[in-house]
Ligand binder design. Sequence first.
Ligand code: PYC
Length: 332
Amino acid sequence: MSKTFFCIDAHTCGNPVRLVAGGGPELVGANMSEKRQHFLKEFDWIRTGLMFEPRGHDMMSGSILYSPHDPNNDVAVLFIETSGCLPMCGHGTIGTITIAIEEGLIQPKIPGVIRMEAPAGLVWIEYKQEGKKVTSVKLTNVASYLAAQDLQVRCPDLGMLTFDVAYGGNFYAIVDPQPNFEGLEHYTASQLITWSQTIRKLINEQYTFVHPADPTINGCSHVLWTGKTIDPAAAARNAVFYGDKAIDRSPCGTGTSARMAQWHAKGKLKKGEDFVHESFIGSKFTGRVEQEVDLNGIKAIIPSVEGWAKVFGYNTIKIDAEDDPYAHGFQV
Ligand code: PYC
């Protein structure tokens, strides 16, 4: 069977976003969390075909737009990534909204504002435009919280590491500088990737993380290494590992949310303060703690994250399983 997908490619602060504007499957479910489960069961070949080599690459990430389930909302989004279908993706949201507004794929009820349904929950978006160009997208994310502190895992080369786990739409193991880890600036991307692959597996064998309101969101999917900033004006820098071999080129929206939840819980970031977060390549998001909330008895924050994206291509992609042995992609 041959299937064609009409994709629009962009990058958010350096990290790719491939929006599937035509050819996405119809999904069944009362909300995006249920539709995410349906997609994973029946249509995962679309994700692997569009994200993995030879049509994608290790960092590839994208989205598919759906009609909202609540008529008060503007759009619903499924995130597709090399790692699976994330409950929420911050750089993916900034890229998706930039593409969707510039290409006229969404007609927001209130210009400049979009209510977006993600599998992890409702995300409130404000965007700025100059002419047809979207110049910035600010997302107010789902409730984020520090899930655990001072856990330990043994990393083969580095030795014992202490880390925190925070939720910002995905669960992040946050490794701050310590005696066995000097800070991300002292290591190469390939070292961070190799160590992340090992410690993420060990962390998920040793510990359990489940979202208090949606048990389909579980497990530590990302490792966030921290270190010195390049720009002295930035508050913090990170290298976020995701998928099997990727370091996020953007400062990572859900990672920034998780990090703000960690800092806020430790008294290092107050409500209303700006948090400029720098990526591995030096691109920046501006975050803020918008509200302090209770999430099923857990002290949480509602963070916002603002960044920009650039649209650069139109890509009609064919997946033909009868003709192409690599139709559904591969990973090496
Ligand atoms: O921006 O939330 C994010 C993200 C998740 C994985 C890669 N980027």
